[in-house]
Design a protein around this ligand. Structure first.
Ligand SMILES: *[C@@H]1O[C@H](CO)[C@@H](O)[C@H](O)[C@H]1NC(C)=O
Ligand SMILES: *[C@@H]1O[C@H](CO)[C@@H](O)[C@H](O)[C@H]1NC(C)=O
Ligand SMILES: *[C@@H]1O[C@H](CO)[C@@H](O)[C@H](O)[C@H]1NC(C)=O
Ligand SMILES: *[C@@H]1O[C@H](CO)[C@@H](O)[C@H](O)[C@H]1NC(C)=O
Ligand SMILES: *[C@@H]1O[C@H](CO)[C@@H](O)[C@H](O)[C@H]1NC(C)=O
Ligand SMILES: *[C@@H]1O[C@H](CO)[C@@H](O)[C@H](O)[C@H]1NC(C)=O
Ligand SMILES: *[C@@H]1O[C@H](CO)[C@@H](O)[C@H](O)[C@H]1NC(C)=O
Length: 829
C-alpha cells in the first residue's frame, strides 16, 4: 500500500495497464511485469512482443497460439527453466527469438519446432554447455546464432550444422572453449559456401591444433582477448594454418587486456593464413619490438591498426601488397611519410584520431597508386600545403586534413592537381580568402573549408575551381560581412554552404553564375532581406536553408521567384512580422507545409500582440476580420464625408430647423415687436425704402417694420438675426418679390423659412408683393401653391395710381389684423 502511494502516477497507470502499445496493433512491450503468460490484451495481430523480465518460468506447447503473427519475440530474463516441445509451434512467421538470461534446464527436442522462418536466435546466458543437444538442426533459415556467455567447452560443430545453410554469424563470445581440434569445424568445410563470421573472443584458448582451420573459408574470424599470454597466442595462431578468411580480427578489449606487450614474432602464424583484411586492435605496449609486425601481413590488401600504442611504423616488407592502411589512435608524433612510402601499392592511407600527431615534415615518396589520404582528427600543424608533402603522388584524389590544428596553404597544388576532394574543415587555415590559392585545382569537385577562420577578402578567392560542385564554408567570414563576387566562376556548383558567416548583405550579382546550384545553406546569418533579384538566377534550387536570419517576411515578389524544383525550404527562426498586411505570406505558409521545414520554429516576432505565436497557429481569420473592419471604417469615413458635405451644403436649412425647434419653445415668450419682417433682394432696397418703409412707418397708423440692414443686431450671425429678430419678433412677413428676388438663393431661402415658419407657428401669413416686371412662369414655379393659401396675401405692385390705392388698402388691411396698439401710438392717433 505504502509502495503504491509512492509510485509516480504514470507508473501507477502502467501497473493498471500492463502492456505498452508501441505501434498500434503491431508492437507491444510488456517488460518488467510479473506476468506469467501472454497477456490477453495483446491482440492476435501483434508482430513485435517484448515480454522481457516477466515470470514465465516454463513454456508449454502452443504457448503463443494467441499471437500467431509474431515476427519478433523477446523473452529476456523471464525466469525460464523449461521449454517444452512445440512451445513456439504457432509462430510460423517468427524471425527473431531472444532467450537471453534464462537458465534453461530443460529444452525439449522439439522445442523450436514450427519456427520455419527464424533468422536470428539469441541464446546468450542460457546455461548451455554443449551444442550437441541443441535442437536447432531444422532451422534452415537461421542466419544468426548467438551463444555468448554460456558454458560451451567444445567448438565441435555437430553434423546438423550442415543443414544451417543460411548461417552467417556464429558467436561463442565468452564461453569455455580451451582447445580447438582438427575436425571441430569439418562441417564448415563442405561446399565452401559460407560467408560465416565466427566469434571466439573471450574464450580462454590454450591451443589450436594445426589443421583445425585447414581449408576452412570464413567471412570473418574474431579472436579478441582469447589468449592469456604471448606464448599461447603465438602458438595458437600457428594453428590457423590453412585458413582462408576475408577479415581476421585479433587483439584485446580495451577493458580486458591480458597480454601485456607485443613481442617479436607474435603474428608469425599468420603467414599461413590467406586473408584480405587484418585488424589488430587494442595492443598497448609495443615498445621497440615492433619490427616483425608486418612480417606475415605484408601481403594482405588491407590492414587496420586500432588503438595501438605504436610510435613508429614497423619495418615494411619488400613488395608489400597492402593497398589500404589505417592507423587509428596510434602514437605517432610525425606523419611517417618516408616509411609509409614503402607500401608501394598503397591506395588508401588513413591516420586518424592520433592525439600526439602534430608534425608533417616528411615527404611521401613515389606512391603512384595513392588515391586517398585521410589525416583527419589529429593535431597536425604545418606549412606549405600541399605539393610539398606529396611531390610524387599524381593520383591523389581525396585529401582529408580536417579537424587538425593549423595549416598554411600556399597555393602550390601543382603535384596534386588531380585532387577531387579536399577537406580542411575545423582546421585553422592561413592563405585561403586572402589569395587565390586554389588556382591549379581545376578538377576539384568538393571543397570543405568550414570553420577554418577563413576571411574572404580577395575577389578571386575561389578562382580556378572551375569543376567545383560542392563548396562548404560555414563558420567563416567575408569582407564587410557582405557577399559580392566570390562565386563568379563556380558555374557547376550544386551545393553551397555559407551558413554562420555573419553575413549582413548579399549583392545582386553574387549568385549570377550558379545556375546549377541545388542546395544553398545561408542559414545562421544576419540577413534582413530575401531579395528576389539576388536569388532569381538559382533556377535549379531544390533545397534552401534560410533559417535563423532576420527576415520579417517573404514578399509576393520573392514567392514568385522560388523555383518549381524547390522541395525543401527552411525559413524557420527568423523575425517574422505577422501584421495583417502580410496576410498573403501568412496564408502561403499554411499552404506550404510540405515544402517548409521546421515549421514549428516559425514564430511571429512582431507585432507585439502576436509575439511568440507560431505562424502555423496564427489565426488568419483575425486578419479577415480586420479587413472587414477596414471596409466598414472606410464606409464610415465616406459617410462622414458625405454628411459633412451635406451639412456644408444645407447648413442654413439645418441650422434653421434647429432654431425652428428651439423657436417653438421661445415664441411664446417673445413679443411682437414688429408688424412685419421684410424680406427682399438687396437690389430692391431702394424700392423698399421709398415705396414701402416710408409710407408704412410714416403713415397713420404707423407700422413698425423689421429691416435686416437696419434692425438686425450687429455681431450676431445673420441666420440668428433672421430667426430671432425677423420671424420671431414679427407678426407678418412681407416678401418683396422681384426678378432679383427669385434669382437670389438667399431670398429663396428666406422665403422658404418663412413658409415653414408659417406652418409651424400658425402665424398670420406671408404678404407677397410682386413687382411688375417679374417673369410669371418663374414666379409660379417659385411661389408654388403658397400664394393661394388663405392666410397669405398676394399683392401685385403696379405703377398706376388706381392700382396703388387698392394695393395700399389691401396691405394696411392685412397688417392691421391682430395689431396690438401701445399707448404712445394710441395717443398719437
Ligand atoms: C510474481 O508473481 C509470482 C506468482 O506468479 C509471485 O509468487 C511473486 O511474489 C511475484 N513477484 C513479485 C515481485 O511481485
Ligand atoms: C484475430 O481475432 C479476431 C477476433 O478477435 C478474429 O476475427 C480473427 O480471425 C483473428 N485472426 C487470426 C489471424 O487469428
Ligand atoms: C545449469 O545447468 C546445469 C545442468 O546442466 C545445472 O546443474 C545448473 O544448476 C544450471 N545453472 C543454473 C544457474 O541454473
Ligand atoms: C560477408 O558478410 C559480411 C557481413 O557479415 C558482408 O559485409 C560481406 O559483404 C559478405 N561477403 C560476401 C561475399 O557475401
Ligand atoms: C574527413 O574526415 C572527417 C572526420 O573523420 C569526416 O567527417 C569527413 O567526412 C571526411 N571528409 C571527406 C570528404 O570524406
Ligand atoms: C572561368 O571558367 C572558364 C571555364 O569554365 C575558364 O575558361 C576561365 O579561365 C575561368 N576564369 C577564371 C578567372 O578562373
Ligand atoms: C545549414 O547549416 C546549419 C549550420 O551551419 C545546419 O545546422 C543545418 O542543418 C544546415 N541545413 C541543411 C539543410 O543542411
Amino acid at each position: 500500500m505504502v509502495l503504491l502511494v509512492l509510485v509516480p502516477p504514470q507508473l501507477a497507470n502502467c501497473l493498471r495497464n500492463p502492456c505498452l502499445e508501441v505501434i498500434p496493433d503491431r508492437a507491444f512491450t510488456c517488460m518488467g511485469l510479473n506476468i506469467s503468460g501472454v497477456p490477453a490484451e495483446v491482440p492476435n495481430t501483434t508482430r513485435n512482443l517484448d515480454l522481457s523480465f516477466s515470470n514465465l518460468k516454463s513454456l508449454g506447447s502452443n504457448y503463443f497460439s494467441s499471437v500467431p503473427e509474431l515476427h519478433h519475440l523477446d523473452l529476456t530474463r523471464c525466469q525460464l527453466h523449461t521449454i517444452e516441445d512445440n512451445s513456439f509451434k504457432d509462430l510460423h512467421k517468427l524471425s527473431t527469438l531472444i532467450l537471453t538470461a534464462n537458465s534453461l534446464q530443460y529444452l525439449g527436442p522439439a522445442a523450436f519446432d514450427g519456427l520455419t522462418l527464424l533468422k536470428k536466435l539469441v541464446l546468450v546466458e542460457t546455461n548451455i554447455t554443449s551444442l550437441a543437444d541443441l535442437p536447432i538442426g531444422h532451422l534452415h533459415s537461421l542466419q544468426e546464432l548467438n551463444l555468448g556467455h554460456n558454458n560451451i567447452a567444445s567448438l565441435k560443430l555437430p553434423e546438423y550444422f550442415t543443414n544451417l545453410t543460411s548461417l552467417r554469424y556464429l558467436s561463442f563470445f565468452s564461453n569455455k572453449i580451451t582447445h580447438i581440434s582438427k575436425g571441430d569445424l569439418d562441417v564448415l568445410r563442405e561446399g565452401n559456401r559460407l560467408n560465416l563470421t565466427l566469434v571466439l573472443s573471450l574464450n580462454d584458448i590454450k591451443y589450436i591444433e594445426p589443421g583445425s582451420f585447414e581449408k576452412i573459408h570464413l567471412g570473418e574470424l574474431v579472436l579478441r582477448s582469447s589468449f592469456e599470454n604471448f606464448n599461447v597466442m603465438h602458438s595458437s595462431l600457428q594453428g590457423l594454418t590453412g585458413l582462408q578468411v576475408n577479415r581476421l580480427i585479433v587483439g584485446e578489449f580495451n577493458n580486458n587486456q591480458r597480454l601485456v606487450n607485443f613481442q617479436s614474432g607474435l603474428l608469425s602464424g599468420l603467414c599461413q593464413v590467406r586473408m584480405q583484411e587484418f585488424v589488430l586492435i587494442c595492443f598497448r605496449d609495443f615498445e621497440d619490438d615492433t619490427d616483425t609486425l608486418f612480417n606475415c601481413i605484408g601481403n594482405v590488401s588491407s590492414i587496420r591498426l586500432v588503438d595501438l600504442q605504436l610510435e613508429e611504423v614497423s619495418e615494411v616488407p619488400m613488395f608489400s601488397q597492402v593497398k589500404q592502411l589505417e592507423c587509428k589512435k596510434c602514437k605517432f608524433k610525425e606523419v611517417p611519410a618516408v616509411k609509409l612510402s614503402l607500401f608501394k601499392e598503397l591506395r588508401v592511407l588513413r591516420i586518424t584520431k592520433s592525439k600526439y600527431l602534430n608534425s608533417f615534415r616528411e615527404k611521401f615518396h613515389t606512391l603512384s597508386n595513392l588515391e586517398v589520404v585521410d589525416l583527419s582528427e589529429n593535431r597536425l600543424s604545418f606549412t606549405g600545403c600541399c605539393s610539398l608533402q606529396f611531390p610524387k603522388c599524381p593520383n591523389l584524389k581525396h585529401l582529408n586534413l580536417s579537424f587538425n590544428s593549423d595549416i598554411s596553404v600556399t597555393g602550390d597544388f601543382a603535384t596534386v592537381k588531380n585532387l577531387l576532394y579536399l577537406d580542411f574543415q575545423h582546421t585553422k587555415l592561413f592563405g585561403p580568402g586572402s589569395y587565390p590559392v586554389f588556382l591549379s585545382l581545376q578538377k576539384l569537385i568538393y571543397l570543405d573549408i568550414s570553420y577554418t577562420r577563413t576571411h574572404v577578402k580577395a575577389q578571386c578567392a575561389f578562382c580556378g575551381l572551375n569543376s567545383l560542385q560542392v563548396l562548404k564554408m560555414a563558420g567563416n567570414s567575408f569582407e564587410t560581412n557582405k557577399l559580392v563576387d566570390s562565386f563568379k566562376n563556380l558555374s557547376h556548383l550544386h551545393t553551397l554552404d555559407i551558413s554562420n558567416c555573419k553575413l549582413v548583405q548579399v549583392d545582386q550579382s553574387t549568385f549570377g553564375a550558379l545556375t546549377e546550384l541545388k542546395e544553398l545553406n545561408i542559414s545562421n546569418n544576419k540577413l534582413l532581406l530575401f531579395d528576389p533579384g539576388v536569388y532569381k538566377p538559382l533556377r535549379a534550387l531544390t533545397a534552401l536553408d534560410f533559417s535563423n536570419n532576420q527576415l520579417s517576411v517573404l514578399l509576393d515578389s520573392a514567392l514568385e521567384i522560388l523555383p518549381d524544383s524547390l522541395v525543401l525550404l527552411d525559413i524557420s527562426q527568423n523575425l517574422f512580422d505577422c501584421s495583417c498586411i502580410h496576410v498573403n505570406f501568412l496564408k502561403w505558409v499554411k499552404e506550404q507545409q510540405e515544402l517548409l521545414q521546421h515549421e514549428e520554429l516559425m514564430i511571429c516576432h512582431m507585432p507585439t500582440y502576436v509575439k511568440n505565436v507560431s505562424l502555423l497557429n496564427f489565426d488568419l481569420s483575425s486578419c479577415q476580420l480586420n479587413a472587414s473592419m477596414v471596409a466598414s471604417s472606410v464606409i464610415v469615413v465616406l459617410a462622414a464625408v458625405v454628411f459633412l458635405f451635406l451639412v456644408y451644403k444645407y447648413y442654413f436649412q439645418l441650422y434653421y430647423s434647429l432654431v425652428l425647434l428651439s423657436g417653438c419653445k421661445h415664441s411664446a415668450e417673445r413679443g411682437n415687436t414688429y408688424d412685419a419682417f421684410v424680406i427682399h433682394s438687396s437690389k430692391d432696397q431702394e424700392w423698399v425704402m421709398k415705396e414701402l418703409v416710408e409710407p408704412l412707418e410714416g403713415g397713420t397708423p404707423p407700422f413698425h417694420l423689421c429691416l435686416y440692414y437696419r434692425d438686425f443686431i450687429p455681431g450676431v450671425p445673420i441666420i440668428t438675426n433672421i430667426i430671432q429678430e425677423g420671424f420671431l419678433s414679427s407678426r407678418n412677413v412681407i416678401a418683396v418679390i422681384s426678378t432679383d428676388f427669385l434669382e437670389s438663393k438667399w431670398c429663396s431661402f428666406e422665403f422658404d423659412i418663412a413658409q415653414s415658419w408659417q406652418l409651424v407657428e400658425g402665424k398670420a401669413g406671408i404678404i407677397m408683393i410682386v413687382l411688375e416686371e417679374v417673369n410669371k412662369v418663374l414666379l409660379r414655379q417659385r411661389l408654388g401653391l403658397s400664394r393661394y393659401l388663405r392666410r397669405n396675401t398676394y399683392l401685385e405692385w403696379k405703377n398706376k395710381e388706381i392700382s396703388r390705392h387698392i394695393f395700399w388698402r389691401q396691405l394696411t388691411g392685412v397688417l392691421l389684423e391682430g395689431k396690438r396698439w401701445n399707448h404712445e401710438e394710441v395717443k398719437l392717433m
